[in-house]
Write a new protein. Structure first.
Length: 476
């Protein structure tokens, strides 16, 4: 397939007149990136209707949420690895095709099991967009000689934040007007639009350099694609992540057998990857690039705090403070609004260390505020808490993304972006277990304060972890 008009046709920095990182190129990328977070939250308002349609209870419908997390946690780095190997545009387009199939499977599902299959396919298909988009931005830099502006990265963050925020509202509106099947079917037109725009405006992939080629550009013999993908490493990684997430989901009743299995699989993964010629998870690279590794850890811990707030605060507002779902949503709305604004503002900062330290300070301030909030607290104080965490979420999204983009080697940016998303999913899963352990069967003021204490401790650790990170200091 030839590149569309305006793409680079020759040496680095030469273009046919297309402006680097133009809106025409970014539009399909933003649409694709939005699909994963919107599907994560959109189904929340349709679970009861789905359960009634197929005669299943809350325990079964909860798997519609969990399997998307599991598929995405494994799918993001896998798709990122494929983007690095075969080209991000190919992976991006393939992922959109999988989304179309997933939407059709869910829309016409004759039984509940088909919905599970649809959500797995949605997790895999939507996982292609973000790591492939990050790799395409890096490729655009190589083609044009123009470094990706931070606001461009900020728009990717905004697409994720905004789509996740509108997901429950969109899901409720679709279910109320067209039925719950529309929540699956809506993926079809959106993915098709993104697909057509990408075919027209996203530049063709660059020729993939032979692995092991000399610095002068001579091709070296390479293994087949299968060996470069490292199927055993991929399977071990998927099994390790899946068992770890299943263990974290059930911390209220720890399954020690799952923990033992996760540790055994993790040990096998490390042993295999250190010996593999082309490892799926390049542990040596992570060892040589501790700043990148710290960015993964920082992302996971940051979102652990943020998801404790997102899930725990809303639940407390309804069950302990007495607000209905609509009013609880209005109080939580400033978190989404300020997150969107500060995702863009964070993308305009010239450094990374200062905004990252600032966001961890905001998380600590918000966590301390939760310690003094009670059943009789005025609405203004509740809104302030929501807004504080929104600022932190916006800065976390754009600045941690920019840190990974800056620290990852160019030829593995897709894999690195996928691993960052996996760390975020692990934080989300762990937050649900923290809330379950401290709330029990019902959210209470004591439970909220317990969650806030955990958040305070994590935020304090994050401040030190970030402030002492030498990799975040400006380069001379």
């Amino acid at each position: 397939m030839t590149a569309p008009a305006g793409v680079v046709s020759g040496r680095l920095g030469q273009t046919d007149g297309r402006r680097p990182f133009a809106a025409s190129m970014m539009s399909p990328l933003l649409l694709g990136v939005a699909l994963n977070p919107v599907n994560t939250t959109m189904i929340a308002t349709t679970l009861v209707a789905i359960g009634g349609a197929f005669g299943v209870g809350a325990a079964q419908t909860a798997w519609l949420v969990a399997v998307l997390y599991l598929a995405s946690a494994v799918g993001q780095p896998t798709m990122g690895r494929l983007a690095d190997l075969v080209g991000p545009r190919k992976v991006f387009l393939t992922g959109l095709c999988v989304v179309v199939v997933a939407g059709a499977v869910g829309a016409f599902a004759p039984a509940f099991g088909w919905l599970i299959a649809s959500r797995v396919l949605l997790g895999v298909g939507t996982s292609a967009a973000y790591p492939a988009a990050m790799a395409m931005l890096r490729a655009e830099t190589r083609r044009t000689g123009v470094e990706a502006p931070r606001p461009v990265l900020g728009r990717l963050s905004l697409a994720s934040l905004a789509s996740a925020a509108v997901g429950p509202v969109l899901g409720g509106a679709l279910a109320a007007t067209l039925g719950w099947r529309a929540v699956f079917a809506v993926n079809i037109p959106v993915a098709l639009v993104a697909l057509l725009l990408a075919l027209r405006w996203v530049p063709a992939d660059e020729p993939r350099p032979a692995r092991g080629a000399s610095a002068r550009g001579a091709s070296a013999p390479t293994d087949g694609l299968r060996s470069q993908i490292d199927p055993p490493g991929l399977v071990l990684f998927a099994a390790t992540i899946a068992t770890t997430m299943l263990f974290l989901m059930r911390l209220t009743h720890p399954q020690l057998l799952l923990l033992a299995l996760a540790l055994l699989l993790g040990a096998a993964l490390v042993r295999w990857e250190l010996r593999a010629a082309h490892p799926f998870l390049d542990l040596r690279l992570l060892g040589r690039n501790p700043g990148l590794t710290r960015s993964f850890v920082r992302s996971g811990l940051t979102y652990l705090v943020l998801y404790c707030m997102l899930y725990g605060f809303s639940q407390w507002l309804e069950q302990a403070h007495g607000f209905n779902a609509f009013h609880a949503g209005l109080i939580a709305l400033p978190m989404s609004g300020t997150a969107a604004v500060f995702a863009l503002l964070g993308a305009r900062t010239r450094t990374l260390r200062a905004p990252l330290v600032a966001l961890t300070g905001l998380l600590l301030a918000g966590s301390v505020l939760l310690l003094v909030i009670g059943d009789g607290s005025p609405v203004a104080l509740l809104v302030l808490a929501s807004a504080l965490f929104g600022v932190g979420q916006g800065l976390a999204s754009s600045c941690n993304q920019a840190a990974v983009y800056a620290q990852a080697p160019a030829d593995v940016i897709g894999s690195a972006a996928g691993l960052q998303r996996t760390s975020i999913y692990l934080g989300a899963i762990l937050s649900s277990s923290v809330i379950a352990m401290l709330y029990g069967s019902r959210a209470t003021q004591a439970g909220l304060h317990g969650v806030a204490l955990v958040m305070c401790a994590l935020s304090a650790v994050l401040i030190l972890f970030t402030a002492l990170d030498r990799a975040l200091r400006p380069r001379p």
